[in-house]
Write a protein that binds this ligand. Sequence first.
Ligand SMILES: [Fe+2]
Ligand SMILES: [Fe+2]
Length: 243
Amino acid sequence: MKYGIFSDVHGNHVALKAVLDFYRKNGVENFVCCGDIVGYGPQPLECAETLRGLKNLVTVMGNHDAAMIGKMELKWFNANAAWAIDFARTQLTGQAMDYIAGLPERAETEHFTAVHGSPRKPLTEYLLSEGQFLDNTKNWSVSPCFIGHSHMPLYFREGEAGVPETDFLKPAVKVFVTGKNMFNPGSVGQPRDGDTRASCGIYDSDKKYFELYRVFYDVGAVQKMMAALKMPAILAERLSFGF
Ligand SMILES: [Fe+2]
Ligand SMILES: [Fe+2]
């Protein structure tokens, strides 16, 4: 079965639509979202409603989602991020808010595990090193584990003799699952690896590989919406650079 794996949509509905269109064109009908549906972007309601209506979707909660519903304090966020979380609170309807509030911090199926940050600290850990990957080993069982939060398209896996390996995921390069693996598909709505295109992946649970893709979307259209809403300028500007 093919799964569309994506994360960190962050209120960027134009990018989310482009990614879902990409999946549709490639016959992908099952999905995993690793959290941070809201925050940073201009259309948090549209993103929540699109995902609420998407069939065959497994979603977990991100730290921005948790802050929006009052599960995390805003003091953990910088001023611009906090602004966007407050903005999202004004946008979401009761139903959309209930949807976000009902998301689990961890999901596990026969084919995969999914969390936002890491298995041991689902809402807060930025998993970026082999050491962190090893330290998390006992906190999850079904491989692969899909993660988000850092906005970096990375994989981690148990290598030869227990020496862990990590590297950036490159577009259209298959990475096969061997032992315990983690995959971060990067960010749909606010890429931070210098590539402005939306980042997402496909996982084939029969052939056991993960493949990254980058999808063009209309960055300028999103920036215009953000300017009209008088959102902090840096949140719009960074989309032009992918940082
Ligand atoms: Fe995020
Ligand atoms: Fe996050």
